[in-house]
Every structure is written in C-alpha cells, then in structure tokens.
Ligand binder design. Structure first.
Ligand code: F6P
Length: 535
C-alpha cells in the first residue's frame, strides 16, 4: 500500500499547480467524473482528480480489500473488532427480509417484528387511538443524545414537508435550559416522551428523562403510560418504569450514529407516518444495493470516499465543508460531524499501530445560501483550501415558490463555478478601472478583488428532498465513511475517544457540588472549580 500512497503523493505534487478548469478541455469530463444512481447525480469533475489520480485511488481501495470488507459488513461478520460486534445497520433497511446471519442466527425476523410494532404504535398515536391523560397526543419529546438525537432530529427537520403527525421536539443537552425550554408551553397531559438511549445509561439522557418524568408527574397520574423507550436494554427500561409494550429494542450490532433506521427513528415515523418512513428505508436500501453491486469505478459511495481521501490524506486539506442548498437540511452538518468524526477520528489502525497520517478530516457546514453571507469569504479568499461538498434538489418542495428555488440553484452552481474559476488580477484591474480608479489606488483595490480560484468542490444533485432521497443521502455518506475507514485500516465503528471525558465528568461532579476535595486535581482545574464555587 505504501507505494500506492507514494504514487498518489508524487502525482499530486506534479499536478497541484494545474488549473482544474483546464481539465475541461476534455469535453467529456463532466460525464466521466460523475456518477448517477436512482435519480441522483454526484459530480466530482470540479476537482483536480484526473485519470491517473482516479486509477491510483481505485488501486488503494482494491489494495485495502474493500470488496471483501464490504461483504463482511453486510454478511454480519464481527468487523467492529475492538467491541467484538457485527455492524448491521443495513439490516434495519433490508425490508424484504433477506436473511442476515449473526452467529448463525437470522436477525431479520426480529428486525421486521420490531418495525411492525413501531408502525402499529406510531399509527395509534397519530390516529388518536393511543391517548394521553388529556386526550390525543399533540407533542412528542425525544430525549436522547449523539446518535439517539442527531439522526432523528436531522431527519424530522429534513422531512418537514411530509410531517402530518404530532409536533416532535428534541432534548439532548444536560444543560437544564434544553429540557426547560422544550417543556415550557407543552401540555403534559397530551405529551408523549420517548427516551432514546441505546445503553440507557447515558447521564445526559437519564437526567433529562427523570426531569421530564417529574414534570409530567405534576399533572399526569400514570406517567409511565406516556413514556416510550428505544434501547438495547430491556432490563434498564423496565427499571425506569416503562412498560414492555412501549419499549422498542434493538441489538448491539446497530451503532448509535447509524441507528436512525430502526427504533431510534420512531420520532421520524411519528412525524411523517409509517409509509414515508418505509420510503426512507427504501432509499437507504437502494443505496446499499448500488454500493454492493456497482463496480468500484462507478460506485457513488466509493467515489465520494476517494474524493475525500484525495483531498484530506493526499492534498492535506484538513477540513471539508458540507453545504446543502436545502434549508431543511439545517442539521445535516451536525449529523455528519458525528457520523464522520466519531467514526473516523482515530489515531491508531485496527492493529493498534499508530496511523502514518490523519484518518478523518474536520467536517463542518451550514445550508446555503446562508453560509454565503457568513464564512464563504474564507472559502473563496482565505489561504486554506476547503473542499466543498454542495448538495441541491432539482426541485423544491414549495411548488408555488419555484422562483425561490431557481435562485437557490443559481446560487449553488455559482459558488462551485466561482471556486473553480476565481478572478485574476487583470480582470480585477479592469473592474477597478471601470469604477474610475487609477494608479496605486487601482492596484491596491484590485488586489482585494482577486480570487485565486482552482478550489475543488463536488455537487450532489437529487430530484427533491423526499423520504426516499433522504435515505439515499444518509446511506451514501455512511458508506463513504466506511470506505474511507477501510482504506485507512481503522475501526470506524467504535468511539473510545469519548470515554475519558465521561469518566472524568462523573468523578468531578461531587467536587463541583463541594462534597469532595479537588486537591489532587491539576492547578487549572482547581482554580476553575474555586472560581465557579465562589461566583
Ligand atoms: O458519546 C458517545 C455515544 O456513545 C454515541 O456514540 C452515542 O450515539 C451516544 O453516546 C448516545 O448513547 P446512548 O444511545 O447509549 O444514550
């Protein structure tokens, strides 16, 4: 593998000064450096990747045994080696029930039975057959954090155009402001609380769940009847007082950040209904089929991953921006931050050896056009190169506001064009001359108006943001993360890096409360504790 990395690095050094725009002298470039599947187009032609780079990147994927590793994941091998678990979120969207074996046992009957129970419960809540003490459920509060919050919160917002159920709210932060602000104004007698926690031990979630139960107990005689739980731990949900008929379980082979396809997605189903939820699953499944069946060179998740590897590991760009031109994807970047950075933000290989290069980039972003009026300045003229991943629907959801959508599309395409073409000094001088400037002032002002250009971006175009398309997008990025992880030789499915802070927080709580001495702590922590206790 090292020789392939060396080839990539040598090639990158040779071509880095080349203009991306010149690659379009090949008038088939847009077609050759893009891929389509099920109505979706991924265009990576506005990058500096040429046929040598692409073929070498593909050799990297082959050298990492990507196909065998992909198949091992789908067939239920314990590829999460540091936790000894299979990785089978794909089984949750395998709605036709093709057997999937874990330790020789087909998991599909249980998956489908739980999906059917969720559907029946969701329809009862939505129709009013299931009622709170004060009548039909008007509001649902999902209490969870990380994967038990970000996925459903992102998806419920994304599918606003399809929402016809109770209002859905999300509480995640242990900051009491989150639960207080969310519950304020809700009627406890018509509110359903969903406690979403794979482990049912997460301190933030259990603290918020207890606070919500206390809030409800002031007005509702049997609070447990208005609570549901989504968890792998039947024992702990029962200890919390939630009756088994409203507990929707799943297995440890569903990672938290991959869990919105199953019970953790109950709030999505309550919002949009069972049929649209199935359509979301079908979108994910369609991307699974493409990922498992298409040749690597025509495989959207593989190509998206290879573009990521080219920009981060080969070119050394430390971050990438996710820029959906879709207001309802306002939480997508936050969701991708967990998906990508909790999965691939690793320093050691599966073997335990140190990685020779960073494994995962910093992921960030915001919907356009808002981002244009905030951080795009740096993207266009800052010294760092930030590869941008644009996303846009061919059509919006608001048929009567098509003129808004035309503007949105124009802005999205304009940004990738501007990033690639830039504006040279001569052109900037011409513009200043037209404004009547001359001499030193013309020169000075012109320099501020230069765009170096040659900045890479990709564009994902989908028909419109339906449940099916959302499923495709999420599965596309899940598999992208997997492919990048395989190429880097890491375990994308554990998250040991979040543990140390949790342990220290548990130990610090009694010191914050003044119940224990903090004398053994470092000087900074002691001084912070003192300042806080005296404030
Ligand atoms: O903090 C990390 C993490 O374990 C995530 O991976 C997970 O999504 C989140 O906490 C919540 O965990 P749980 O669903 O068990 O409450």
């Amino acid at each position: 593998m090292q020789n392939i990395w060396d080839e990539l690095s040598d090639h990158q050094s040779n071509v880095q000064a080349r203009k991306i725009s010149e690659l379009f002298e090949n008038d088939k470039r847009a077609a050759e450096y893009s891929v389509k599947t099920d109505g979706m187009l991924f265009d990576f032609s506005k990058t500096n990747i040429d046929s040598t780079a692409l073929n070498t990147l593909l050799s990297l994927a082959k050298g990492a045994n990507l196909v065998a590793k992909r198949d091992a994941m789908f067939q239920g091998d314990a590829i999460n080696e540091t936790e000894g678990r299979a990785v089978l979120h794909t089984a949750l969207r395998n709605v036709n029930g093709t057997p999937v074996l874990v330790d020789g046992q087909d998991v599909m009957p249980d998956v489908l039975a739980t999906l059917a129970r969720m559907e029946s419960f969701a329809e009862d809540v939505r129709s009013g057959a299931f009622m709170g003490q004060g009548g039909a459920i008007t509001d649902v509060v999902n209490i969870g954090i990380g994967g038990s919050d970000l996925g459903p919160a992102m998806a419920v917002r994304a599918l606003t155009a399809f929402a016809d159920g109770p209002r859905v709210h999300f509480v995640s932060n242990v900051d009491g402001a989150d639960v207080a602000d969310t519950l304020a104004g809700l009627d406890p007698t018509t509110t359903m609380v969903i406690v979403a926690s794979k482990t049912f031990t997460t301190i933030e979630t259990m603290t918020n769940a207890t606070t919500a139960r206390d809030w409800m107990a002031k007005s509702v005689a049997n609070t447990g009847a208005q609570f549901a739980a989504l968890s792998t731990s039947a024992e702990k949900t029962s200890e919390f007082g939630i009756s088994a008929e409203r507990v929707f379980g799943f297995e440890d082979w569903v990672g938290g950040r991959y869990s919105l396809w199953g019970p953790i997605g109950l709030s999505i189903m309550l919002s949009v209904g069972a049929e649209d939820f199935r359509s979301f699953l079908a979108g994910g499944e369609a991307m699974d089929k493409h990922f498992t069946q298409a040749n690597l060179a025509e495989n959207m998740p593989v190509l998206l991953a290879l573009v990521g590897i080219w920009h981060h590991q080969v070119c050394g760009y430390p971050t990438r921006a996710v820029l959906p031109y879709e207001q309802r994807l306002g939480r997508l970047a936050a969701y991708f931050q967990q998906l990508e950075m909790e999965s691939n933000g690793k320093g050691v290989a599966m073997s335990g050896d140190d990685l020779p290069m960073p494994a995962g980039p910093i992921v960030w972003g915001e919907p356009g056009t808002n981002g244009q009026h905030a951080f795009y300045q740096l993207i266009h003229q800052g010294r760092q190169v930030i590869p941008c991943e644009f996303m846009i629907g061919a059509k919006g959801q608001e048929a009567e506001l098509a003129h808004h959508h035309d503007l949105l599309v124009a802005n999205c395409l304009a940004q990738s064009e501007a990033l690639m073409l830039g504006r040279d000094l001569e052109t900037a001088r011409g513009l200043m001359a037209q404004k009547g400037l001359s001499g030193d002032e013309l020169e000075r002002q012109a320099r501020h108006r230069v765009f170096t250009g040659n900045r890479p971006s990709t564009t994902l175009v989908y028909p419109s943001l339906t449940p099916f398309v959302l499923g495709q997008i999420i599965a596309l990025y899940e598999h992208r993360v997997f492919v990048e992880g395989v190429i880097m030789g890491i375990n994308s499915f554990d998250q040991w890096g979040v543990e140390l802070g949790k342990e220290l927080a548990t130990a610090l709580e009694p010191m914050v409360q003044g119940k224990e001495s903090a004398d053994h702590k470092d000087g900074s922590t002691q001084s912070l504790l003192k300042f806080i206790s005296r404030s």
